[in-house]
Design a binder for this molecule. Sequence first.
Ligand code: 2HG
Ligand code: ZN
Length: 461
Amino acid sequence: MSDARLESLRALLPELRLLVEPADLEHYGRDWTRRWTPAPMAVALPASVEDVQAIVCWANAKGVGIVPSGGRTGLSGGAVAANGELVLSLERMHKVLAFDAVDRTLTVQAGIPLQRVQETAREHGLQYPVDFASRGSCSIGGNIATNAGGIRVVRYGNTREWVAGVKLVTGSGELMELGRGLVKDSSGYDLRHLAIASEGTLGIIVEATLKLTDPPSPSNVMLLALPSFEALMQVFAAFRARLQLQAFEFLTDVALKHVLAHGEPPPFEQAHPYYVVTEFASDEASEAEVLAAFGQCLEQGLVSDGVISASDAQAAQLWRLREAITESLARYVPYKNDVSVRISAMPAFLAETQALLGREYPQLEVVWFGHIGDGNLHINILKPDAMAQDAFVADCERVTKLLAQVLEAHGGSISAEHGIGLVKKPYLSCTRSAAEIAAMRGIKAALDPNGIMNPGKLFDA
Ligand code: 2HG
Ligand code: ZN
């Protein structure tokens, strides 16, 4: 540790855990994107808000960039430190600080994993309803910094809906308490919402007060097989009209093929082109309603088969078919797109993009899946064995450009729930106007005047 800047940090905070071993730099310097070579100067693991503030002040004085770091499960390169930045990991700040039964809120340190938030809510007879497959590894601070969505947005909305307050150490080292758990507050700009989805570019989220809600009612999971993607939104409408949907997720036969190759048992004897995993509140009425919805769709040729869970274990098994997609593709290091359009625009968007990719890039294997009930598609592109990595990335970037044009035409977004980070930075201007980006830059300059917070993410300095 010969760097004089690090020596000065050590002198400033002698108790601070500071990691400099190559294995630690590698571990903490990357997220799940695996595209950049990690090269942070060091990894700091503060234990208190005061330490975080002191580190930010030091970074301003020394001109060091800070990459805030949660569970690093992100897929857009938002937590990558490839340019000598200091990684500031919230890993040691993982406590539950308070539960308030009257407010129905849980106040936590930002490094707590999502799963522990969900468990703690359950222990109090309540629910924190945001959920997704990386629940055990991701942290609540990262969820807020990307406004993470997940599998139950159709019923409960994105992370943004569940944040009653945020404590933010801004890029200039100020501690701001935003939102403060108030249900109503119309006293000017709501800066809490700027912290949400800011991807660590404005400051470091150190604590959050989360809203909780009634525990979930019993639910059922159904897997539907569909003959065509035109049927998708009609099936969605038919099921939504009769049932209280909690999830409506879609995958193609190609996605299922990878999940089955990964070890999951096949759900049907025969393969089908498209599948939907849907979860809905179950009560006495829902049994008849689900049969009616299914019968109606069958009659209209919108579904070809279906299986409904008869136990919690079967429900979990059906969910695995959707949730295991990302891990089943991980060994290919796919190029990922995470896009959204209005739900009503989804059929046209999907048809157009599928035709475009099939026509222009028939050599690429494209895996489609996602939160179709929210208008959110995940498009994973796999590298053919024979193709060089550079050529693959170049092709994928061309694909993303084409995709961005289609998205622009449909008024969509280039990042639905994964953030912009490094991966989508070149395409931000396709779906956000020049005036919007200028306003974002102005906000960054106000909260992070020296540009030390997550430099190079979202947009260039
Ligand atoms: C999901 O919905 C995640 O499973 C990951 O957002 C999506 O791997 C992906 O592209
Ligand atoms: Zn997703």
